[in-house]
Structure formats: C-alpha cells, structure tokens
Design a protein around this ligand. Structure first.
Ligand code: ADP
Ligand code: MG
Length: 192
C-alpha cells in the first residue's frame, strides 16, 4: 500500500512493523508542474509528443496539460518562435529522479538517430514546482528560478493552476498579473 502524506511512518518506539519494501512504499505522491518548450521544426507536435512522454514516466501520472502558446524569443533574434506549455503531474519519484527522467526524454527527443550527434535540442523540460520543495543547487533549483519573469511559463501555468502557491514566490494568478503577455499568443487547440 502506498504511503500517504502525514501518515507518520517513523516508528520511534520500535513497536510498529516496518513498512513493506518496494517502490510503492518509498515515496508519497507529490504534485509537480513541468514547463515544456520547443523551437525547432514542428514545435507544436513536439510539445504534444512531450506530453505523451511525460505520461509514460514510471510512478508518475499526467493529470493536466495547458493550452499551447507561441512565444517570441527575446534574444537572439535569429531564433525561431517557441511553443510553450505546462503539464501537471502526480509523481512518487523524488525531484532528482523526476529530473533524470526529463533529461532522458530530452535526449530521446533532441538527438534522433538521423541527426548529427550534438545537434540542436528540440525540447526543453523544466521542473517548475515540485510539491513544497525548495532547493538551490545548480543541478536542480526549486522552484525554477525563471518562473516569475517568464510569461510563457506563468500564463500556461495559470491556465491549469491559478491558485497554486509557488513556495517562496506566491500565488500563480498574482505572479501572472504582474507580467504582460507581450510576445505571447495562445494557440487554438485544434491546430497542433
Ligand atoms: P534552460 O532550461 O535554462 O534553457 P537547460 O535545459 O540546458 O537550460 O538546463 C541546464 C541545467 O539546469 C540542467 O542540466 C539541469 O540540471 C539544471 N536545472 C536546475 N534547476 C532545474 C529545474 N528546476 N528544472 C530543470 N533543470 C534544472
Ligand atoms: Mg531546461
């Protein structure tokens, strides 16, 4: 049986039976929000394919996907437009394990066999928020440090989680209200 948050598994007096072994007993289910972006050929299809890949991560359930947004890169100007979206998952992986899964998906998407080995990356998957977790390592910073200044993150995040309290930063709808939708265009859902 999966452990649930607040169940208090620690047996301080030694009288409680040990939790059963196995993945289901290792972690509680946590909500996490993942930013998805692509700016190479067919970026809309790539973002939708990334949603499907997220749905395939072990011990993880894809719960919500935002509408897709086209966004103009601010710099360098030669870059093609981006397509961005946000996915909401429930996972019983730890945050570092989830990041490893996202990097695995990125490498599967970004280095197809018929392209040059170090070709451009066609998908970017960032953990925006992972439960109430806060950490400040270069390999994994939570919440993601770019959230407050990126409209292409906050607008799709607000579509699926306006009331989410981003640890240390505040409510998504308030953060979104401080940022103009400049350069951002919501794409019709049928166009992908
Ligand atoms: P960016 O997303 O800023 O364009 P990359 O996708 O190349 O850049 O990520 C660079 C590194 O950022 C990754 O190797 C990863 O370990 C690290 N990183 C730190 N915090 C996060 C996070 N919250 N989500 C995803 N990657 C992160
Ligand atoms: Mg990234």
């Amino acid at each position: 049986m999966a452990r649930v948050a607040g169940a208090g598994a620690g047996a301080v007096d030694g009288t409680l039976p040990a939790l059963p072994d196995g993945p289901a007993a290792m972690q509680v289910w946590q909500p996490a929000y993942i930013g998805v972006g692509s700016n190479l050929e067919h970026p809309q299809s790539r973002v939708l394919a990334a949603f499907a890949a997220l749905a395939g991560i072990a011990d993880t359930r894809l719960i919500l996907t935002s509408p897709l947004y086209a966004s103009r890169p601010f710099a360098p100007p030669a870059q093609p437009d981006y397509v961005n979206a946000v996915a909401g998952v429930l996972t019983r992986l730890g945050s570092a394990e989830l990041l490893a899964q996202l990097k695995d998906i990125e490498s599967r998407f970004g280095r197809p066999a018929r392209h040059e080995r170090w070709g451009p990356r066609v998908i970017d998957l960032d953990i925006l928020v992972f439960g109430r977790e806060r950490r400040q390592e270069p390999q994994l910073t939570l919440p993601h440090p770019g959230i407050v200044e990126r409209n292409f993150v906050l607008y799709p995040l607000a579509d699926i989680a306006p009331d989410l309290d981003v640890p240390g930063l505040g409510r998504v709808s308030e953060l979104q209200g401080r940022l103009a939708p400049e350069g951002l265009e919501r794409l019709p859902s049928t166009s992908a």
